[in-house]
Every structure is written in structure tokens, then in C-alpha cells.
Design a protein around this ligand. Structure first.
Ligand SMILES: [Zn+2]
Length: 378
């Protein structure tokens, strides 16, 4: 098997799991946060910088790489790792989420989805077989099954039909996947906020014995307590000996709350996207470095951070760069935000090791300001 999960221990204070995922391109400790490199690059970061901050796995988007430059060019280059000069692990999504979220003109059929390319307007078709073909050509370590991700909220009857179709598509993905020895395919549990449907989806998919399972259809606009409730009844019905991946989650509070509910892997564009807007995550909460009040502030973004950005540059300098759309400013804020989240996951793993993740959550939330009324999240 291309992907294996090594369970280490459960936190006695919470349900969080400490583990390791082994891939053909190295291992990574879990719970893990995966930076997103949509177009075969984590925007503004070099692979060396990502290694330096201990990012051992990154995510890339099948839909975008399929459209530009095309999976044939990446295959000809020797696969995605060679193409982008990244030796660590790569996870690719199936393209499904982008088709469902970016495309207005789409038609879902049993065979697959017809839609228009969001760049050129050209008519395209994506199916379980096509999604496997593209991801096999990209050569990612972890591939995702092609699923339907309905919007929130969705009616029970629609969600039931969708879950059943996602299960049939998952089976077709397994059949179409040509490289199970070098690429691990994860199934995606859907079912929205409905416990019965999450159970049905989990049962269907676990019977197909994937090397890992994602929890999809969350972080699509539902309140945080709904996400937490869904996780509480979904993670216990997933196999203990396989990694669990919560898709599209990356705010500090949700990473901690997801880990507490037994999630092992997370990804999100949040830290990199807000960085390019001049917004930083710090141990004392959100800091919008482009604000006027930082014009003469010569302290680092986060006084408790030892990243490259915080060791060398001030809020005043970074504000000046970001205000003038200087690329270096975006590099500095991106570096800090990714470093901050990767460090946070290190603290989470350490707290699990010491059976004190509940206490860590309290301390972190207090300092971050999540406990204050009107706390600003992202
Ligand atoms: Zn920093």
C-alpha cells in the first residue's frame, strides 16, 4: 500500500490522536496542516522555504492543473514532484469541489459533471474516471476520490441521493485508479449535517477499504458548532487504523477543535490567502499589518514567533511593502502565517503527547482572544 497510518497514542484529556502517515515521498506527523499550492506552487514560497518550516506535505488542485498547464505536460516532466521540484509528499484533490464551486453552468449526471471552464468558457466534462486519469498523470502521493459536494444547507432528500451517487462514484474511482502501489486513494465521506447519511456514507466507503478517509462537505458556510457536531458523530465511525482528513479547514480554533475530535489532516488556503491581503495570524490574535497604526511600529508581527519574517523585519516595514503591493511583503506575511500554523500543529502534537490538549486549547484560546465576546476570527 502506498499510504499507511501509524497510530501512536490518544490524548487522555481529549479524543485527539497522535500519529504518522507514511507516503512514497516521506512521512509526516499528525495532526498535520497541509499548505495549499493550487497551481503547483504555494504562492510566493519556494520549496526550500517550505522545507525550512517543516511542511512535509502540500496540496495541489487537480482542476486547475488540468486546465493549465494540462496533466500531459506535467506527466512529460516526470510528474508533479519533479515539475515543481518538491521532494515531500503531495495530496491532490479530485477537481470536484472546484467544479461545484467555480462553475455556474454545470449539469450533474450519473456519468459525471458537464460544466464550463471558468477561464475560457469552454465546455468540459469531469467524471470519476477522468479525475483518476488526471491524478495518476500528476503522480501525487495521495489522490482524492471524485465526489459531489452539495452546498450548505441542502435538503435531506437531495443529500441522500448525492451520498448514494458519491458512493457509486467512489467505486468507479477505485476501478479506474491505475497506480495503487505508488499512489494512495482516499474516499470522501459526505452527508452534510445528517447523522444517518454520514453513517451511510462512511459504511459504503469503508466497505471499499480505502487507505484513508476524508470528511467532505464541511467548512462550506455552516456554523462552527454544526461542524463540531458532525465531526463528533463522524470520526468514531471511521476506521482507527486509517488517517482522517478534514477538507478545507485552516483557522487556528478549528484546527484545534478538529484535532480534539479525532481528525489527523487539514488543508486550507486561508493562511496564504489572507497573507496576500496583509492579514497575519499571531499568538495574540489577528493582526492586519496594513493598518495605519503600524506605520511606526518597529516590533515584529508576532513577538512570540521565531520565523524568518519575525526575526528580521518590522510591522512598519512589512506594512510599507504590502501597502505598495511589493511582492516581498506578501512573501514575508505568507512565510509567517504558514510557519505560525505549522508551529501550532507542533504544539498540538506535543500537547497530545502530554495528555493536555484540553488545557492547551484553553490557554491558546485565551491568549488568541477567541474567548472574548466579539472575538475576530477569519
Ligand atoms: Zn513569524
Amino acid at each position: 500500500m502506498a499510504i499507511t497510518y501509524e497510530f501512536i497514542k490518544t490524548c487522555k484529556q481529549t479524543g485527539a490522536r497522535l500519529g504518522k502517515v507514511h507516503t512514497p515521498h516521506g512521512s509526516f506527523d499528525t495532526p498535520a496542516f497541509m499548505p495549499v499550492g493550487t497551481l503547483a506552487t504555494v504562492k510566493t514560497m519556494s520549496p526550500e522555504e517550505l522545507q525550512e518550516m517543516n511542511a512535509n506535505i502540500i496540496l495541489s488542485n487537480t482542476y486547475h492543473l488540468w486546465l493549465r498547464p494540462g496533466e500531459d505536460i506535467i506527466e512529460e516532466a516526470g510528474g508533479l514532484h519533479k515539475f515543481m521540484n518538491w521532494d515531500g509528499a503531495i495530496l491532490t484533490d479530485s477537481g470536484g469541489f472546484q467544479v461545484f464551486s467555480l462553475s455556474d453552468l454545470r449539469q450533474i449526471e450519473e456519468e459525471g459533471v458537464h460544466f464550463r471552464n471558468h477561464i475560457s468558457g469552454e465546455k468540459l466534462f469531469l467524471s470519476p474516471e477522468k479525475a483518476m486519469h488526471i491524478q495518476n498523470a500528476l503522480g501525487s502521493d495521495i489522490m482524492m476520490a471524485f465526489d459531489e459536494c452539495p452546498p450548505y444547507p441542502a435538503e435531506y432528500d437531495y443529500m441522500k441521493k448525492s451520498v448514494e451517487r458519491t458512493s457509486r462514484w467512489a467505486e468507479r474511482c477505485l476501478t479506474a485508479h491505475k497506480k495503487p502501489d505508488t499512489q494512495g486513494l482516499f474516499g470522501i465521506v459526505q452527508g452534510g449535517e445528517y447523522e444517518e447519511l454520514r453513517r451511510q456514507s462512511a459504511e459504503d466507503l469503508t466497505s471499499l477499504d480505502f487507505p484513508g478517509y476524508a470528511i467532505g462537505g464541511l467548512s462550506v458556510g455552516e456554523p462552527k458548532d454544526v461542524m463540531n457536531r458532525v465531526l463528533e458523530f463522524t470520526t468514531p465511525i471511521l476506521p482507527e487504523n486509517k488517517p482522517r482528513y478534514l477538507m478545507g479547514v485552516g483557522s487556528p480554533d478549528s484546527l484545534i477543535d478538529g484535532a480534539i475530535r479525532g481528525v489527523d489532516m487539514f488543508d486550507c488556503v486561508l493562511p496564504t490567502r489572507i497573507a496576500r491581503n496583509g492579514t497575519c495570524m499571531t499568538s495574540n490574535g489577528r493582526l492586519v499589518v496594513r493598518n495605519a497604526k503600524f506605520a511606526r511600529d518597529f516590533r515584529p508581527i508576532d513577538e512570540n514567533c521565531d520565523c524568518y519574517t519575525c526575526r528580521n523585519y518590522s510591522r512598519a516595514y512589512i506594512r510599507h511593502l504590502v501597502k505598495n503591493n511589493e511582492t516581498f511583503g506578501f512573501r514575508l506575511t505568507t512565510y509567517h502565517n504558514l510557519y505560525f500554523l505549522l508551529k501550532l500543529m507542533e504544539h498540538v502534537r506535543q500537547a497530545i503527547r502530554e495528555d493536555r490538549l484540553g488545557d492547551f486549547r484553553e490557554e491558546f484560546f485565551e491568549q488568541y482572544g477567541f474567548n472574548k465576546p466579539n472575538a475576530k476570527n477569519f
